[in-house]
Design a protein around this ligand. Structure first.
Ligand SMILES: C[S@@+](CC[C@H](N)C(=O)[O-])C[C@H]1O[C@@H](n2cnc3c(N)ncnc32)[C@H](O)[C@@H]1O
Length: 229
């Protein structure tokens, strides 16, 4: 089933699980993906190289944001707790916080003016947005003309292959990571749509040059699109 929305109670529950996961987040991610998450994030990091203003939505504890190369980086996340950890991490890594701006808000209502971003990205977060269509409209609004948008996430498939990925997240990942958190991720995977489905919604929203790239035996996808007026 392809989904556009997560109901409010489910979403709050998901946010609680994500916040509880923070101290172990990178470790769980790394174990679940056999360290490949770093390689996948590199695709977004490289894309940010020549982009002046970047916005990461669902920036969480800053795993990707602190590596983006843009001159100005907006980190958007509804969890103030995530931003607190991200700021601490910048400090620990001795990265100047000047170019970062932390915005506590959901993707569905981004308090940023129109046409400000050269690059918007979501890494392992789009799946968690409670109203994906609204989020895409907001992302389109804040992008400058010729700006680029990229989503990196686990690929949903509405077939037996999708069932295998679901079972890996639900039953095998908790054993590999020693954590129950992947069970919640399995729930969001189940409620996620296919990349092809979101590509169509992006085209409806006005995005151009919408392209899907699959990685690692189609378990991961990068969806990219541009705003061209
Ligand atoms: C799994 S973390 C991703 C962290 C980071 N992007 C990374 O590179 O690993 C997902 C993040 O999405 C955020 N999130 C959940 N719902 C959201 C929404 N509606 N709008 C924006 N961010 C949201 C969560 O608070 C969480 O910090």
């Amino acid at each position: 089933m392809d989904a556009l929305k997560i109901d409010s109670d489910e979403w709050k529950n998901l946010e609680n699980v994500l916040e509880e996961m923070i101290p172990h987040y990178d470790n769980i991610n790394s174990r679940m993906t056999f360290g490949m998450d770093k390689k996948w994030r590199k695709i977004l990091i490289n894309e940010s190289c020549n982009k002046e203003v970047a916005v990461e939505i669902g920036s969480g504890p800053g795993t990707l944001a602190m590596m983006l190369k843009s001159e100005k980086i907006f980190c958007v996340d509804p969890s103030a707790q995530m931003h607190k950890i991200a700021r601490e991490r910048l400090k620990q890594a001795k990265i100047s916080p000047e170019k970062f701006e932390f915005i506590t808000a959901p993707a569905e209502k981004i308090p940023v003016s129109n046409n400000v971003a050269d690059f918007v990205c979501c890494a392992f977060a789009f799946r968690d947005f409670y109203d994906k269509k609204k989020a895409l409209t907001e992302i389109y609004r804040i992008l400058k003309n010729n700006g680029k948008f990229m989503i990196l996430d686990i690929a949903k498939h509405n077939n037996i292959y999708g069932t295998l990925i679901y079972n890996y997240i639900k039953h095998i990942a908790p054993v590999i990571t020693g954590s129950d958190a992947p069970k919640m991720l399995a729930k969001t995977y189940n409620a996620f749509g296919t990349p092809e489905y979101y590509a169509d919604i992006m085209k409806e929203t006005g995005f151009k040059n919408v392209q899907i790239r699959f990685l690692n035996f189609r378990t991961i996808f990068v969806l990219s699109a541009e705003k061209r007026i």
